[in-house]
Design a protein around this ligand. Structure first.
Ligand code: NAD
Ligand code: UD1
Length: 339
């Protein structure tokens, strides 16, 4: 397999994966409607990879536009990142999440079928474990969703399973990511959330550059060692390498439908994350403890054995590297891609 179509390839995880794939010799085509990305990411990708990368500013719900891309290129596989991802916003605007995430995926699958491209890697999320009762989380554990965003991931996983059951020619890998952070080593590619960040890492780095006054820690009365929530953080470059491993797996195996956790297998508390960022930033991060955030679970971390055994993949980078890399990007680009 040589040519990979990457949907959502200008977004946070997609852009880092594109660099990784191009460096490994794959031809990559990007489609992204720029709803949550800047067009300025493309020249950065071309500079870092020293390659011209075909880009289509298309909404993948537009079937005719998507078909044109498949007509113009001999695509071997698709990595499907495109989607809306803010949990809180999905509760406010469920229809827009169901419309964007579900219709885009169904349209993509229809066009792939039409052009006999039947190898897909899908971005799922640890959010599909709902409110779990035991750790670490295994791919075979019960699933559930606590938000419209989470439901789109669960339903898409089900759609993919049904498709593979119905047609033996399909091979699909769903990757359940845990908590990605970090950035490219250059400091020129990183996470650029619009507005006030919802996630912990970009919130802390924005406090670090002085764009936000202080961090609000959501609860310190959880049943964990220091009372704050524990999560499985993963460097975005390790995540990118996980996608490459999934593509290699699809090249070798007729797997039908497989799900893999992509996480480190270790948990860190919010207070531990603050400490690690303080080390990277070289100063204290001011914070206050607020009440719990609705929908948060106390602890979440992955069982990573399946990915290690079948994909031959495991994380390489430490929490300190994640925080240092996230900080390098934020310090160099305090206003992200659109100053
Ligand atoms: P992101 O928002 O940075 O990237 C998604 C990209 O998809 C954006 O560039 C956006 O413009 C594009 N897009 C959205 N809808 C589109 C459409 N209809 N047509 C074409 N392009 C469209 O998000 P990310 O953090 O890179 O996440 C990528 C994927 O991974 C998402 O599906 C997300 O749900 C999933 N995921 C992310 C995380 C995380 O913490 N970042 C965790 C688990 C799963
Ligand atoms: C969130 C989403 C999850 C999604 C994941 C990756 C929710 C409830 N869950 O996970 O569905 O897959 O992002 O995009 O939104 N925290 C603070 N202060 C902050 C921000 C976060 O204390 O300002 C804490 C949270 O309580 C949590 C931890 O930091 O314990 C990590 O939070 P976050 O980065 O938002 O990720 P998750 O909640 O794990």
């Amino acid at each position: 397999m040589n040519t990979i179509l990457v949907t959502g390839g200008l977004g946070f995880i997609g852009s880092h994966t594109v660099i990784d794939l191009v460096k490994q010799g794959y031809s990559v085509i990007i489609v992204d409607n720029l709803s949550n990305a800047s067009a300025k990411v493309l020249p950065v990708l071309e500079e870092l990879s020293q390659k011209k990368i075909p880009f289509y500013p298309v909404d993948i719900r537009e079937k005719k536009e998507l078909e044109k891309i498949f007509q113009e290129h001999q695509i071997d596989a698709v990595i499907h990142f495109a989607g809306l991802k803010a949990v809180g916003e999905s509760v406010q605007k469920p229809l827009s999440y169901y419309d964007n995430n579900l219709i885009s995926t169904i349209t993509l699958l229809e066009v792939m079928e039409e052009y006999s491209v039947r190898k897909l890697v899908f971005s799922s999320s640890a959010t599909v474990y709902g409110e779990p009762e035991k750790m670490p989380l295994l791919e075979t554990d019960l699933t559930g969703a606590t938000s419209p965003y989470g439901r789109t991931k669960l339903w898409i996983e089900q759609i993919l399973q049904d498709l593979c059951d119905a047609n033996d020619a399909w091979d699909v890998v769903a990757l359940r990511y845990f908590n990605p952070l970090g950035a490219h080593k250059s400091g020129d590619l990183g996470e650029d959330p619009k507005g006030i960040p919802n996630n912990l890492a970009p919130y802390i780095t924005q406090v670090g550059v002085g764009k936000l006054e202080k961090l609000h820690v959501f609860g310190n009365d959880y049943p964990t060692s220091d009372g704050t929530c524990v999560r499985d953080y993963i460097h975005v470059l390790d995540l990118a390498a996980g996608h490459r491993a999934a593509i290699t797996y699809l090249e070798k195996e007729h797997c039908r439908y497989e799900i893999f956790n992509l996480g480190s297998g270790s948990g860190f508390s919010v207070l531990e994350m603050i400490k690690s960022f303080e080390k990277a930033i070289g100063k204290e991060i001011p914070f206050v403890v607020d009440s719990r955030r609705a929908g948060d679970i106390p602890v979440s971390y992955a069982d990573t054995k399946k990915a290690e055994d079948k994909l031959g993949w495991k994380v390489q980078k430490t929490i300190d590297e994640m925080c240092a890399d996230a900080w390098r990007w934020q310090k160099k680009h305090p206003d992200g891609f659109e100053p």
